[in-house]
Design a protein around this ligand. Structure first.
Ligand SMILES: Nc1nc2c(c(=O)[nH]1)N[C@H]1C(S)=C(S)[C@@H](COP(=O)(O)O)O[C@H]1N2
Ligand SMILES: [Mo]
Length: 387
């Protein structure tokens, strides 16, 4: 009806890059090799990790495709692509990270439930589209100001893909109205990624991008927006993507005791080395990515080649030639990752470690055991590699 449909099987999946490491075939979940990841500031779309919960939707008629906006609004509306394209176009470079990034390493401490990921369920892209707050103005919702009366409402995003966790229903998620209507939060309805139309895997023709927040809230293949009084009650908000303490197991879990995860914590990973690799003794350049949620910059990346006894500070950069400064508003791209590199001398077998500090002074936790949780999310422990 709306020009886009969610297939009920996997016979219409798009072609994919042969380099991707496939973590699950149906639904398709895959990540690039880590060596390919941090070699460029912007991650090409074909190498960008793909995280799905059902078959990839099919757009049968882009002319008929629209997003309906309803719920607690005075004038519900249907917006076609042309209505969204006439709004001011913003380009926002933002890192998207799945909350399950580095889950495989967490499962080695103790079994967790979920798709396994190495360190590449993350990518950085330039997203272009309309600001959500401009879209919401079309249905009479004002932009956030210091006097706005928001009444704790939420903005729900609904897709068309058929997910088994939703009993065949679509993927959905929500964010607070205060974030949705804040121009500085840069929440986009994006139709381009790195200057090209979105690919099917990444949400063609239109997806939400919520910068600084776990990927799960950036709903792909957007079909409807609902203004609601309480946060979305969907599976992925209420029964998934919540961080539990290490004491909670599948017998004593009470999902209601935790809030849906939104911002992601400070994270970094070494991409220039695989675990257990043999290297020639001498000088080695250690490089990778660091990112933090909520628009926090990266203040520092520390690297150790003696298992954490001594540390060296890595250099940080976004675009080559421009020195990176972690001031969250000015020179840096605040929603984007920071690449790091440091040249060290390694003479014998050791553990190479990286940890980042964000602009709020948050540091990655030392041990994965201390942040272990049954769903295996937010493994931000020090990244360790045996060489
Ligand atoms: N409609 C829909 N949107 C979705 C998902 C999904 O399965 N269906 N997965 C979410 C999750 S968990 C992540 S991490 C990101 C992944 O986006 P990507 O595949 O473009 O990298 O999309 C989010 N949006
Ligand atoms: Mo995710």
């Amino acid at each position: 009806m709306t020009g886009i449909t969610g297939p009920s099987d996997y016979s219409t999946e798009p072609p994919r890059h042969p380099c991707l490491q496939i973590n699950s075939k149906e639904p398709f979940n895959a990540e690039p090799p880590r060596s390919a990841l941090a070699s460029s500031y912007l991650t090409p779309a074909d190498l960008f990790y793909k995280r799905n919960h059902g078959p990839i939707p099919v757009v049968d008629d882009i002319e008929r495709y629209y997003v309906s906006i309803s719920g607690l609004v005075e004038e519900p509306k249907q917006l076609f692509m042309k209505d969204i394209r006439v709004l001011p176009k913003y380009n926002v470079t933002a890192t998207l990270q799945c909350a399950g990034n580095r889950r495989t390493a967490m499962s080695k401490a103790k079994t967790v439930k979920g798709v396994g990921w190495d360190v590449s369920a993350i990518g950085n892209a330039e997203w272009s589209g309309a600001k959500l707050t401009d879209v919401l103005e079309l249905v009479g919702i004002q932009k956030l100001t210091s006097t706005t009366e928001l009444g704790g409402k939420h903005v729900e995003f609904i897709s068309v893909d058929k997910c088994k966790e939703e009993n065949g229903g679509p993927y959905k998620a929500s964010i607070p109205l205060s974030q949705a209507t804040n121009p500085a939060a840069d929440v986009l309805l994006a139709y381009e990624m790195n200057g090209e139309p979105l690919t099917r895997d990444h949400g063609f023709p239109l997806r939400v991008v919520v910068p600084g927040v776990i990927g799960a809230r950036s709903v792909k293949w957007l079909e409807a927006i609902n203004i609601i009084a309480e946060e979305c009650q969907g599976f992925f908000m209420q029964k998934d993507y919540k961080m539990f303490p290490p004491s909670v197991n599948w017998e004593n879990i009470n999902w209601l005791t935790r809030r849906p995860q939104m911002d992601f914590p400070v994270q970094c990973a070494i991409c220039s080395l695989e675990d257990m690799t043999t290297i020639r003794p001498g000088k080695v350049t250690i490089s990778g990515y660091a990112a933090s949620g909520g628009g926090r910059g990266i203040e520092r990346v520390d690297v150790s080649v003696d298992g954490g006894k001594t540390w060296m500070e890595a250099s940080r950069f976004q675009k080559t030639g421009i020195p990176y400064v972690a001031d969250d508003d000015n020179t840096s791209e605040k929603w984007a990752w920071v690449l790091f590199a440091v040249t060290v001398e390694i003479l014998h077998s050791t553990e190479v470690i990286a940890k980042a500090v964000d602009s709020a002074g948050n540091v990655q936790p030392e041990r994965v055991e201390d942040i272990w949780n049954l769903r295996g999310i937010l493994n931000t422990s020090w990244h360790r590699i045996k060489v």
